[in-house]
Design a protein around this ligand. Structure first.
Ligand code: BG6
Length: 478
């Protein structure tokens, strides 16, 4: 019943800052996150990625486990600061060596490496010099960094993701102050930063093609598809406005090279629209014709309801403790708000669990953009318990991934072209704002916020996904 393409890429994903550790080893430079986590109160119990799960020193063990599970692809990110400790200038050969080793180790087992060029850890030197993404200079430095990666790894890596969740790192960085650079409600800068990020993405895509590579390249977007609360036209309209401002603002630029018109008009009226030149419009359009897929990180859907002018703001409390119900409803006054979905359950971190949302978004991307889809992240963050015999019974994670995979199979059956599905994550890792207690992996890592042996233990979900891969999804029928 559940059919996946013959060469479907069953995978799992990670990000450098969340797993590597070794923050000052082998010439690595300082990143914005190395600095940000030092600010009291920014992360859960002050956790940092200084050691993380020590993948830097244990990558062979981790990749051997991936091979044992049967992964077809492993998505990981490269730390810009390992390649260019200061963001540009001289290449750090030790950094190149580390990622070459990861790639070779994957290829040794027949695992397709899928590389994310930027998963949020920006060289602090570029922030100090010109404000990082706030300055258009970032575009040239980004393209120089990406081009270096293409030249060194381009023959062995066939899948490239330019930016991970541009919508999230910019929103949390410039609107809610939860990520670096920790700015609050700086909307004008937020839209300009995004424009620079779009240009960095676009020029990287074009550089990849100019170098003659024929692999696949695109961006990964944190997609939260929406449903109107009901058929009250004002709520249907709030959904439309939400989509324009929160989803199509990014998806349209990647796929069409154009900003949504109504959203642009709204931002112009508010005086916060980005400055865009004719030449930049041309670059965005050219790059849109060259992307090979839409990368999607999917965790949850949302509901849209009209939000009066004196209604909720985007700055409600986010649940970063795992205490169910501690998150607040957010929205934009006069436009929309996102109340809970009464038909769906949530995780302990108040994230709505909605497998059908995955079918929904795949169909939406297919109808709107006609692009192949890469599910670059999907998974359940939960508290796990290591039993006395070192087993971990994470039936809830199996259930979550199973239902999402079934929903993905429905999308494929209904005509969507899906290239890959990567769970988040392979091993447990650092959750940016939630410490080490919010676990996502198939492999348990023995560590908490303070300490741990860093030993690895396979969870029940490890064996379950192993069978899914071995049967190319047929075991989902069971
Ligand atoms: C995505 C990111 O937003 O979701 C990951 O790409 C992140 O880096 C993941 O860890 C889960 O988020 P969280 O907040 O639960 O760790």
């Amino acid at each position: 019943m559940y059919k996946f393409p013959k060469d479907f890429l069953w995978g799992s994903a990670s990000a450098a800052y969340q797993i590597e550790g070794a923050h000052d080893v082998d010439g690595k430079g300082v990143s914005n996150w190395d600095e940000f986590v030092k600010i009291p109160g920014k992360t859960f119990k002050g956790t940092t990625g200084d050691v993380a799960v020590d993948h830097y020193h244990r990558y062979k063990e981790d990749i051997a486990l991936m091979a044992e599970q049967g992964l077809k692809t492993y998505r990981f990110s490269i730390a810009w600061t390992r390649i260019f400790p200061n963001g540009k200038g001289e290449i750090n050969q030790k950094g190149i060596e580390f990622y070459q080793n990861i790639i070779d180790e994957c290829l040794k087992y027949g695992i397709e490496p899928m590389v994310t060029i930027f998963h949020w850890d920006l060289p602090q030197a570029l922030v100090n010099e010109y404000g990082g993404f706030e300055n258009i200079q970032i575009v040239d430095d980004f393209v120089n960094y990406a081009t270096t990666l293409f030249k060194v790894f381009g023959k062995s890596v066939k899948y490239w993701i330019t930016l991970n969740e541009q919508n999230i790192f910019t929103s949390l960085g410039w609107l809610t102050a939860q990520h670096p650079p920790g700015k609050f409600d700086d909307q004008k800068t937020f839209y300009q930063v995004n424009h620079h990020a779009f240009l960095a993405h676009a020029k990287t895509v074009l550089a990849y093609r100019e170098l003659g590579f024929t692999g696949k390249i695109g961006a990964s977007f944190a997609y939260t598809p929406s449903y109107a609360l009901d058929c009250n036209p004002i709520n249907a309209m709030s959904k439309m406005n939400y989509d324009d401002l929160k989803n199509y603002w990014w998806l349209d630029v990647y796929a069409y090279g154009e900003y949504p018109r109504a959203a642009m008009r709204y931002l112009e009226k508010k005086g916060v629209a980005p400055m865009v030149t004719e030449e930049e419009k041309r670059v965005l359009k050219l790059a849109a014709q060259e992307i090979d897929f839409m990368g999607v990180n999917y965790y949850q859907s949302c509901v849209c309801e009209y939000n009066p002018l004196d209604g909720v703001t985007p700055y409600g409390v986010m649940n970063t403790t795992g205490k169910k119900g501690s998150g607040q409803v957010v929205g934009i006054p006069g436009v929309y708000k996102n109340p809970a979905n009464q038909f769906l359950k949530t995780t302990d971190w108040d994230w709505t669990i909605d497998p059908m949302g995955l079918t929904f978004l795949c169909k939406e991307i297919t109808s709107r953009y006609r692009l192949p889809i890469m599910i670059s992240e999907n998974g359940l963050g939960a508290f796990d318990k290591l039993e006395e015999d070192n087993s971990i019974h994470d039936a809830y994670r199996i259930e979550y991934i199973k239902e999402h995979l079934k929903a993905l199979a429905v999308a494929i059956d209904e005509g969507c072209e899906v290239l890959a599905y990567c769970t988040w994550s392979f091993t447990d890792l650092l959750s940016w704002l939630n410490g080490y207690q919010k676990r996502y992996g198939f492999v348990y890592v023995d560590r908490n916020e303070e300490s741990g042996s860093l030993d690895r233990y396979k969870k029940d979900s490890f064996y379950w996904y192993q069978e899914v891969i071995a049967t190319n999804g047929e075991s989902l029928d069971k």
